[in-house]
Each structure stands twice: as C-alpha cells, then as structure tokens.
Design a protein around this ligand. Structure first.
Ligand SMILES: [Zn+2]
Length: 286
C-alpha cells in the first residue's frame, strides 16, 4: 500500500468511529484526576484500560506516595524506528467552579466545544495519541509501529515522580526520537513545535521532518517552529535519556488551559487524532 492508502484508511476509520472516540474522551474527562488527589489513581486505571484496548502492553509503575506513571510498549517485532510518546493524565486544580458554564467534570458539548478540566491540557492530546494507534493499527491490519508511552500523573505539580522513573528505567525507555505531545496549537490554529533552546534536535532531523509532513497533511501548512525553554518532561527525556525530542500538541489555543471553562473544539480533537496518526506514520513507517 502507498502512504496515501494507509493514511486514507486510517483517516476513514477516524471518521467512521469518531462519535465513539468523543464518548471515550468524555469518559476520561469525567474522572477528576486533579493533580495530588486520589482521582489520579482511578484515572491511571482507565488510561491503562484504554491503552490495553488498542493493543499496547502496559505496566503501571508506582513510586510510593507518588502518582502512577503508565508505561506502554507496542512492539510489532520489526526493526523499525522506535518513537517515545509522552503525555499526562493529571489535570490542573479547579477553582471558581461557580464561574464555569458547566460542571468541569461533566464534559458536555456546548456550541461545538467540549468543556471540561483537562480537555486541552492534556487529555485531548492523550486521547489523540491512543486513537491514532487504534486507527493506524486498523489501517495496517495489526500492530504497526514501534512505540513507547510514558503517561505521567503529576505533570501539573512539576512531574516529581518522573526523574526516578527515568533513572530506574533507562533501558526500557530507549527510543530513536520522542514527541512530548502536551501542547496547544498556535494562535492561528496551526501546530506549534518546540525543539528546545539548545541543540541537539535540528530541523534536519527525521523527527522534525515527520512532524512537518504531519502538519502539512492535516492542517495544510508547515508548523511554527520555536526554540523555547523545554518543559521538565521534555528536558528529562532529551537530556537524561539523550533522545532527540520535540514538543507539540493539538490543544486549543483559546482553550483556557488552567483557567475556567477549559475546552477543546470537536474539530480540534478530530484534527488532533489525525495529526498524531500522521506523525507516528511518517516517523516510524516511512
Ligand atoms: Zn500539560
């Protein structure tokens, strides 16, 4: 099959199954996984179930008194490149609940927007990754790509469990490149890509070329490329593991991340799944 056949089939699958994807996304949003609360434990279980359901081998690693990190592997046994994907399932605390137009954990759609804490930061990104795996697996009739997943549960508190996890699992985490899929679109609703302030990731690298192709495929334009300060997870993956990394994502630029009425539009969520699908495809299979 050609590139276009595979991506066309994956995109077709996304359209056919999109209502279910939205419902599953809402199930995830309804678990109040506010950082530092018991909700993260419940949410880690749901993330584990979603990952297992799309064929990912999952281990939930827990460091005492810290939020579980959900680690996953998809290894089809081929020699292809391995891509490490990072996201998080904890959400920022909610204040001023009375100012929200809806309960922040009810996840209702209002005027084409899903409103809930965690929609843009970062459960929309997380679901986009998982549904990308499901859609690509369908298009390739099996487990298609070498992928690893690190899904944190305390990112909103500065990822205190991540250094020890990375320290103890260096071998397991080896990969050719990483995408920290935990960001919003740029102000003109096109993807933003951060390569970090310092090298080593350069625009010539295959991971950057893959994300540029993915952006063109889904949003019809090249992404905005930045060299900004790395988030802590990106710093750890890039510097401690030495993996070429970039950060990007499909959250809503106007999504009020960390604020009242956090949201993502239905279209942004759909395009996010396609963006993740294309990025994984172009990096691992082309
Ligand atoms: Zn985040």
């Amino acid at each position: 099959m050609s590139t276009n056949d595979i991506l066309d089939q994956a995109f077709h699958y996304i359209h056919e199954n999109f209502n279910r994807f939205v419902n599953e996304f809402k199930d995830l949003l309804r678990v109040p996984s506010i950082v530092g609360t018991h909700g993260v434990v419940e949410c880690a279980k749901m993330v584990e179930e979603f990952m297992t359901s799309v064929g990912i081998n999952v281990e939930v690693s827990s460091i005492e008194h810290k939020a579980p990190i959900v680690f996953g592997r998809l290894e089809p046994g081929s020699d292809g490149k391995t891509l490490l994907l990072y996201c998080h399932y904890d959400v920022y605390p909610v204040s001023n609940v009375h100012k929200w137009i809806n309960d922040p954990f009810k996840a209702e759609t209002v005027n084409g927007k899903i409103i809930a804490r965690g929609t843009s930061d970062s459960k929309g990104n997380l679901m986009a990754l998982l549904k990308a795996v499901e859609s690509l697996s369908f298009a390739l009739k099996g487990r298609p790509c070498c992928l690893k997943f690190v899904i944190g549960g305390d990112e909103e508190a500065g990822s205190p469990s991540l250094p020890q996890f990375i320290e103890e699992n260096q071998g397991k985490l080896s990969a050719n490149a990483a995408i920290i899929f935990d960001a919003t679109l740029d102000e003109d609703n096109t993807p933003a890509v951060n390569l970090g302030r310092e090298k080593p990731t350069s625009t010539e690298d295959d991971i950057v070329q893959a994300i540029i192709k993915a952006s063109k495929t889904v949003y019809g334009t090249v992404p905005k490329i930045y060299r900004s300060v790395m988030t802590y997870p990106m710093y750890l993956i890039s510097k401690k593991l030495g993996i070429k990394s970039l950060s990007t994502g499909c959250g809503s630029f106007n999504g009020n991340t960390h604020s009242i009425n956090e949201c993502i539009t239905i279209d942004e969520f759909r395009n996010g799944i396609k963006y993740a699908t294309s990025a994984i495809y172009f990096y691992t299979l082309e």
